[in-house]
Design a protein around this ligand. Structure first.
Ligand code: SF4
Length: 438
């Protein structure tokens, strides 16, 4: 019997490093629950562990570099004899396992995105099927990500995700509801719905987009106060979802709708299946239906065919729509995507300048929107306490990526995960400051 197998009987120490997005994090949480149930000791520090599992990201170059760096650091621990087993799973491993095997021989096994069975087997334990749907949460206990689908059927020219995550596959509604009920029983109050394309939910099961129906069912769960929809794909956006968002109190008045670009030339080359006119129309419809909605989007600068003219269209779009929340990626040329053959003619410096210019515009937009909230009362959930500062969020802010509300208070009775009314006294670009209203 190998040393690792002997140690497993005595609670081998395992460290899991989760990189990339919230979708990867959910996979990591499933695995952590399996570790726990198999009597492994989960440790936070790689240097203290006997086994390290790295759940990698391979979305764009920066993410690949981060994953590689993390594997190489763990490989050093393996080389020095401190670490007994090093396992790598997730998107990067799914995409480049052959190359990685040759480059980093210290790794004991490369596995695909949700290959939990093989990872556990390699450690010497088994997947416990009675725990399907259970996770060990790594987020604060009052919110959790809820993955409603896997993979993507859209043909976006720049995106390598379908190569790693496969075709779109919706999780059956009954499974999602039972997972959500389980989370509610654990104390979760906010569900954050994720998937590569959440608005296609149901298409592969019934031939219909059923995200509205799913949201409605989730609203029935006791204990859940906020439900947030992320990654809504704009093409063929199911308009019935707007009625649910507008009318259901539990659904956050928030949509994350990644538009990526606005120029027709770029949208066509990106194979987004939507035009500039249709994008504007959709955004107008959304704003008219839910006037108090916070709109979040994601953009790409430096796509190979992005001329000055195309970029100026994007700038004009940002100034006209005035998104509430916005993120920008610089274009990353990915092998095996259809845009790969276009080359990468825009210099990195230009990609970054364009990104920075948009973020500068957004800072001004965000500041003016925040200023309007001063002297008003907002409802917040408290995420964490740092010394005397209490960090909270409104329903218009997703954790990690959006704005924060900073409450200054000497009241020790304020609890993490509880809702409070806050009077906004000051604001900056991405923060509101305020005091709790008694
Ligand atoms: S919608 Fe497009 S960008 Fe998003 S995961 Fe699918 S292919 Fe990639």
């Amino acid at each position: 019997m190998s040393t690792v197998k002997k140690k497993i009987r005595n609670r081998a120490k395992v460290n899991l490093i989760s990189l990339g997005c919230s979708k990867n994090l959910v996979d990591s949480e499933v695995l952590l629950r399996q570790f726990e149930a198999n009597n492994l000791k989960i440790v936070d520090e790689p240097a203290e562990s006997e086994i390290i599992v790295i759940n990698t990201c391979g979305f764009i170059q920066d993410a690949k570099d981060e994953s590689l760096q993390t594997i190489l650091e763990a490989a050093k621990l393996k080389e020095s004899g401190q670490l007994q087993k090093l396992l790598v799973m997730g998107c990067l491993s799914q995409r480049y396992s052959e190359e990685l095997k040759k480059e980093i021989p210290e790794v004991d096994g490369f596995f695909g995105v949700t290959d939990y069975n093989s990872v556990l087997k390699e450690i010497g334990v088994n997947f416990k099927y009675d725990l399907i749907g259970e996770r060990k949460l790594t987020t604060p206990s009052h919110f959790a990500y809820l993955k409603i689908s896997e993979g993507c059927d859209n043909p976006c020219s720049f995106c390598a995700i379908p190569l790693m995550r496969g075709v779109h596959k919706s999780k059956p509604q009954a499974k999602i509801i039972s997972e959500a009920e389980h989370l509610a029983n654990q104390g979760v109050k906010e569900l954050i719905l994720i998937g590569q394309d959440t608005t296609s939910y149901g298409l592969d099961i019934s031939g219909k987009r059923e995200i509205a129906k799913l949201l409605q069912s989730l609203c029935m769960i006791n204990g859940i106060d906020w439900i947030r929809l992320m990654y809504a794909y704009p093409t063929q956006f199911p308009l019935d979802v707007l009625d649910i968002i507008a009318n259901e109190e539990k659904i956050c008045k928030y949509i994350d709708l990644p538009v990526q670009h606005i120029s027709d030339e770029i949208l066509k080359s990106m194979r987004r299946g939507i035009s500039k006119r249709k994008t504007y129309e959709l955004l107008e419809t959304i704003k008219n239906k839910i006037p108090n909605l916070a709109l979040r989007t994601t953009l790409i600068t430096g796509y190979p065919t992005e001329s000055e003219k195309c970029f100026n269209e994007l700038v004009e779009f940002i100034n006209q729509i005035r998104f509430d929340r916005l993120g920008v990626f610089t274009y990353s040329r990915e092998e095996d995507t259809t845009a790969f053959e276009l080359g990468d003619p825009i210099p990195d410096s230009t990609k970054r300048e364009r990104r920075d210019l948009i973020m500068e515009l957004q800072r001004d937009i965000s500041l003016s929107k925040n200023r309007l909230l001063e002297n008003s009362i907002v409802n917040v959930i408290v995420d964490e306490k740092i010394n005397s500062d209490i960090i909270a969020r409104t329903e218009k802010d997703a954790p990690e990526i959006d704005n924060e509300v900073i409450i200054t208070s000497s009241d020790n009775n304020i609890d993490i995960g509880e809702f409070y009314s806050v009077e906004v006294t000051d604001s900056t670009e991405y923060e509101l400051y305020g005091e709790i209203v008694k």
